[in-house]
Design a protein around this ligand. Structure first.
Ligand code: TEU
Length: 564
């Protein structure tokens, strides 16, 4: 059916392109280097657009491409209207938009609007004096009794307030001191942000991924954390009093008039609050990047904690209960802040790496929501074997080390054991394109370590291997294109407590699929419940099962999709 005649509603959901889309996320610094300086760039992305298009995805989101001193790799923006020099020029950006669109790929950019760089002209002016016209662009406070105004902590270690010697006040930074928080209470700041969004929409971008957007509204009493939030302050920061007003204004001023899609990064948003942010009748955001699944094995800060498959399944079940047909969501199992997908939820032992990456791909592309694929996961790239703190590049890792090991009493070995599993740097090693020097990422010296397994795990090899992660992604995406039930169908978890299997159905009134995933190293025998007797096997990561395969006999990390 052609789109013009397609019904505008499917199974109770308003049909929108971004609900049916699959999004590919690029962290430009480590994607592909075209000019040999060792740093990924926009021309590198253009060179590899055919790889992305071959996956069958519909849109690309690029992490920040703006001019930045790179204290936090681009999430500290110095100039919102220019391109980071290492990544190229504005002409390269225009080229990227045109080249992506020519392949039917939409382009989303990252909006980092909770904070800027301390080198942004606004902050440079703001800190000059209390009388500066830009003073109220940021959040200044005289402090209380010679100490910071409250107990708020930076996500990167230490107090969230820094004393500014020159102008004699504290300023707020929920992230590093080089990332001062913008003051959204000031209408001029909101105007600036909306204007720069128009600037990029004028360039042809199709929407935004919005960095820590729930943090933009601050409790103006600047009181200490309420006791119940002290251990998990992100829940406090994400519940500011004017958040919904600010988002509605942004929607009115920018997103609706330009028909731009919005994906809010939602650290600290509870599942119940999520519904308020994405209910389409309220006019705020289109969808969120939810953290409960990503953090299912995370203790405080950099610590990991044990998790079970039922814990993970409970997250998706809870989301499903909270988000009705007026709401939409993403499925995000990895990104530039998280460990590698196969190392996190799969099994990166060479014996199971490919198969478990394929099983997880099946989950990512058949759960309910718009799937976000993080670069490199489509070939099953793995965590890096870090052994010492000086191998880490990330401001978060270094800040955590300072607080835990240098100023605290955590033994270095304990810190490193956790960090190997949780560090953001795992996802930031260069994409491995082939088995040549630097994994084919650059002809120069790569800015960051290349994984030692690049000779085995690389795009060229994976795409032609008998068992390919890439081809499995492509097959799943192709299946999804023709299967509205996998997009809009009801989600039902059939075995919420099973320790190894994830079994769920996706059903509309007249169509349906059954997904059976063995997320373990053991073979599992499974009797499918009467109510969901599958009619036909559709897709799996192993040989098609025999027709009389009942009960199902699932090999380690086997994933199958059946038609109901
Ligand atoms: O991330 C916010 C965020 O969720 C992280 O602090 C995350 O919880 C942590 O890194 C997990 O280890 C966004 C960006 O995605 C991140 O790259 C930036 O550093 C951060 O905001 C500040 O802009």
């Amino acid at each position: 059916m052609d789109a013009a005649h397609a019904p505008a509603v499917c199974h109770g959901h308003r049909r929108r392109w971004w609900k049916e889309a699959v999004v590919y996320h690029i962290w430009p610094r480590s994607f592909m280097d075209a000019d040999g300086d060792g740093i990924g760039d926009l021309q590198g992305i253009i060179q590899r657009l055919d790889h992305i298009a071959a996956l069958g995805v519909d849109a690309i989101w690029i992490s920040p491409h703006y001019d930045s001193p790179n204290v936090d790799n681009g999430y500290d923006v110095r100039d919102y209207r220019s391109v980071m020099a290492e990544f190229g020029t504005m002409a390269d950006f225009d080229d990227l938009v045109a080249s992506a669109h020519a392949r039917g790929l939409r382009l989303l950019v990252d909006l980092v609007a909770n904070h800027s760089s301390d080198q942004h002209a606004w902050f440079v002016e703001s800190r000059k004096s209390k009388a500066s016209a830009y003073r109220d662009y940021y959040i200044w406070h005289p402090g209380r009794d010679g100490a910071p105004p409250n107990d708020w902590r930076s996500f990167f270690g230490g107090s969230a307030w820094s004393w500014d010697e020159l102008s004699g006040e504290y300023y707020l930074h929920l992230f590093s001191p080089e990332q001062p928080d913008l003051n959204w209470e000031n209408p001029a700041v909101r105007r600036e942000i909306f204007d720069l969004m128009h600037f990029w929409l004028d360039k042809g971008v199709d929407g935004f991924r919005m960095d820590v957007i729930p943090f933009i509204s601050k409790d103006q009493s600047f009181a200490d954390y309420p006791p119940e939030y002290r251990a998990e302050p992100h829940y406090h920061h994400a519940a500011g009093p004017r958040l919904h007003d600010f988002l509605k204004e942004m929607r009115r001023e920018v997103l609706d008039p330009r028909d731009a899609v919005s994906i809010g990064e939602a650290l600290g948003v509870t599942t119940r609050q999520a519904a308020l942010l994405v209910d389409e009748r309220r006019g705020e955001l289109d969808m969120l990047i939810h953290f409960d699944a990503l953090l299912v094995d995370r203790g405080e800060g950099w610590r990991c904690k044990p998790w079970t498959l039922p814990d993970l399944k409970a997250v998706f079940a809870e989301q499903d209960a909270a988000l009705d047909h007026h709401c939409w969501r993403t499925v995000c199992l990895s990104n530039h802040d998280m460990p590698r997908l196969v190392s996190h939820f799969g099994d990166d032992d060479p014996a199971y790496r490919v198969r478990s990456a394929q099983a997880l791909a099946t989950m990512l592309l058949t759960l309910k929501g718009t799937p976000l694929i993080y670069m490199g996961d489509e070939i099953g790239m793995t965590n890096y074997p870090f052994t010492a703190i000086d191998q880490f590049e990330d401001v978060e890792a270094r800040g955590a080390w300072r607080v835990a090991v240098e100023e605290g009493d955590v033994p270095p070995e304990e810190f490193l054991a956790h960090m190997r599993r949780t560090s953001r740097d795992n996802a930031r090693t260069p994409v491995q394109w082939d088995d040549g020097p630097a994994g084919g990422f650059t002809s120069g010296t790569p800015w960051f370590v290349v994984h030692p397994n690049a000779a085995d795990v690389n795009v060229r090899r994976d795409r032609t291997a008998p068992a390919s992660v890439f081809r499995h992604y492509a097959a799943l995406i192709a299946l999804r294109k023709d299967a509205l039930a996998l997009v809009y169908g009801d989600f039902t978890d059939l075995e919420p407590t099973h320790p190894a299997l994830y079994v769920y159905s996706r059903r509309t009134r007249d169509d349906g699929y059954l997904v059976v995933l063995n997320l373990s190293r053991e073979e599992v025998v499974y009797e499918v419940p009467e109510a969901v007797r599958p009619r036909a096997f559709v897709l799996g990561n192993l040989e098609a099962p025999a027709a009389d395969d009942a009960p199902l006999r699932l090999a380690p990390w086997e994933g199958r999709i059946y038609r109901l």
